[in-house]
Design a protein around this ligand. Structure first.
Ligand code: GAP
Length: 528
């Protein structure tokens, strides 16, 4: 049973995302498109900051990884060689009553009494088997109601049904053969390939079929040789890519968590044969530290050692990093030891050698690969869930108690880094100076300017979108500081010193003074 507080937290996050322009439903005015989402003005900044930070950590500050940007459409032979055409599928079941489709492995086991009907009697006997599961202790009448709906849905008029022909009833334990939503029997599972098929060029026939990529990884394997040659790297070395991936998920759900269109951030890290297991451990530590650096504490990430039976077909060992989302602890990133599976497959299928020449060992071999593969959208969602808080506070102006909604983003990810406010809108000197500060900071970092409503309301609106710093131009800015204080940077501010502003911190709501001239350097250090 889902925790109602967690559901309500998720609902609040979804509502905030829409209200403040983080995430909208795709094609909303046409009723939406299941599994697709649009990032609004603040969402796109958050997502971009996240991707930029990943890019910086994975490529710019390392000498052993180079960047790459592959195409979404590739030769269909890639997907045959990679195994996706034959095996990239989920087991699908269909509710016989509603025709709704589900992933068979996500059906929650049910217990109760199952009623099996052979068919119905109308003017004749009609053979049409169906079954319904009702919870223990519920009368057969509720099974009959569902069964009647089924027979009506199959074209038999309710008035014509003389009787339902019960074959047997039995107690079942932990069965996944029935729809948890209505008890109706589900179809036998069949495999459903998750790749979106499309045609290249004007002729729609078998020769023009290809697929929207279901992972960004394959282009990096296929281009391994080209990238290696131009970058002149020695093992271990990696290729990093951020880009869209598409999967025709049977049940997109939990907001952006399981979407049909999403982005991945993947590294294919090529290592000497036999060293894959050791690199898997190194990457696990590396990635855990990365999540901490974006404000997701280690205590909220569960490391799952994926058992062999659940691993992807190519994997020799996988860790799933799972985050405690309000809807459950679920996968954020997979770190897999893919062995040399992919390079081997592509070398065989393309007929082109993809070996690495080890100059020291004077040997040619196919490297092994360790792949940290993270979802952009899932990480954005984790960052939103982690940052979201509602707290009872005393209003800074009126002293009254109120609920403050805040997104405690790490400053490096926050969509807007600082908001600049004149204390009062109707004081031209304050407004002019605030606008001046805003314009000075604008080329350096993402800032906002707001002058309408009371200052407390403006602070609250900035808290709600996770802006870490508020900069207020007040009378002390014009007239000089009331008393000598230490500035936010630690520098002294003398009594009477002009051109200082109030710097308000989102999380503590603490207010300090800082010289205007110190603002750029101070803010840039905080968001780095
Ligand atoms: N190249 C390996 C690979 O694609 P994966 O575990 O299937 O591995 C990696 O996907 C990551 O991509 C997942 O951990 C998740 O963050 C993200 N992802 C996968 N399917 C997704 C979906 N339907 N919606 C959003 N993100 C998804």
């Amino acid at each position: 049973m889902a925790d109602p507080n967690a559901i309500s937290k998720m609902e609040k996050i979804v509502a905030l995302c829409k209200r403040r322009g983080f995430i909208f439903q795709s094609s909303e005015i046409y009723g939406g498109l299941n599994g697709a989402w649009d990032y609004g003005p603040l969402g796109v900044e958050l997502k971009r900051n996240l991707k930029d930070y990943w890019w910086r950590c994975m490529t710019q500050v390392r000498d052993d990884i180079v960047g790459f940007d592959g195409s979404i459409l590739m030769n269909a032979a890639v997907w045959k060689a990679s195994g996706h055409v034959d095996t990239f599928s989920d087991p699908l079941v269909e509710c016989l009553l509603t025709k709704k489709r589900y992933r068979a492995d996500q059906i929650e086991p049910q217990s109760g009494t199952a009623y099996y009907y052979k068919g119905i009697t109308t003017s004749t006997q009609i053979d049409l088997p169906f079954a319904v599961l009702v919870p223990k202790g519920k009368p057969e009448a509720s099974a009959q109601k569902t069964a009647r709906q089924y027979y009506v849905s199959r074209g038999h008029a309710e008035a014509d049904i003389v009787s339902l022909d019960l074959e047997k009833s039995e107690q079942v334990e932990n069965s996944t053969k029935f729809n948890p939503e209505n008890g109706a029997l589900l179809s036998e599972p069949r495999t459903f390939n998750l790749m979106f098929k499309t045609y290249v060029g004007p002729v729609e026939d078998a020769s023009s079929v290809t697929y929207l990529r279901p992972e960004t990884a394959q282009a990096m394997f296929v281009q391994f040789k080209n990238v290696l040659d131009v970058s002149q790297k020695k093992l271990p070395f990696g290729i990093a890519q951020i880009g869209k991936a598409f999967r025709n998920e049977i049940n997109p759900r939990n907001f952006t968590f399981r979407s049909r269109e999403f982005e991945q951030m993947e590294v294919e890290f090529f290592v000497k044969p036999g060293t894959g297991p050791e690199w898997l451990e190194k990457w696990l530590e590396e990635r855990l530290a990365w999540y901490e650096a974006i404000g997701i504490p280690r205590s909220k990430i569960h490391v799952l050692t994926v058992p062999e039976k659940d691993r992807a077909f190519y994997s020799q060992g996988t860790y799933d990093l799972e985050y405690e989302f309000p809807f459950g602890t679920q996968e954020l990133e997979g770190i897999a030891h893919r062995g040399n599976y992919d390079l081997k497959q592509h070398a065989e299928h393309s007929g082109k050698p993809l070996e690495y020449f080890d100059e020291e060992a004077k040997q040619k071999y196919l490297p092994e690969v360790v792949e940290p593969s993270a979802g952009v959208d899932r990480t954005v969602l984790a960052v939103l869930c982690e940052g979201f808080a509602e707290e009872t506070i005393k209003d800074e102006e009126s002293g009254k108690e109120e609920i403050r909604t805040v997104l405690r983003f790490s400053p490096r990810l926050a969509p807007v880094k600082a908001s600049v406010f004149p204390l009062l809108k109707n004081k031209p000197e304050l407004v002019a100076l605030a606008k001046n500060i805003y314009k000075t900071l604008q080329p350096l970092l993402k800032v906002a300017y707001a002058d309408s409503a009371a200052i407390g309301r403006r602070y609250r609106r900035a808290d709600e979108v996770g802006t870490p710093f508020g900069i207020t131009v007040d009378f002390e800015t014009l007239e000089g500081a009331k008393e000598a204080v230490t500035s936010a940077t630690g520098a002294p501010i003398a009594a009477g010193q002009k051109d200082t502003v109030t710097l308000r911190h989102r999380d503590s709501m603490k207010q300090e003074r800082i010289a205007i001239a110190e603002l750029p350097a101070y803010l840039l250090t905080k968001i780095a």
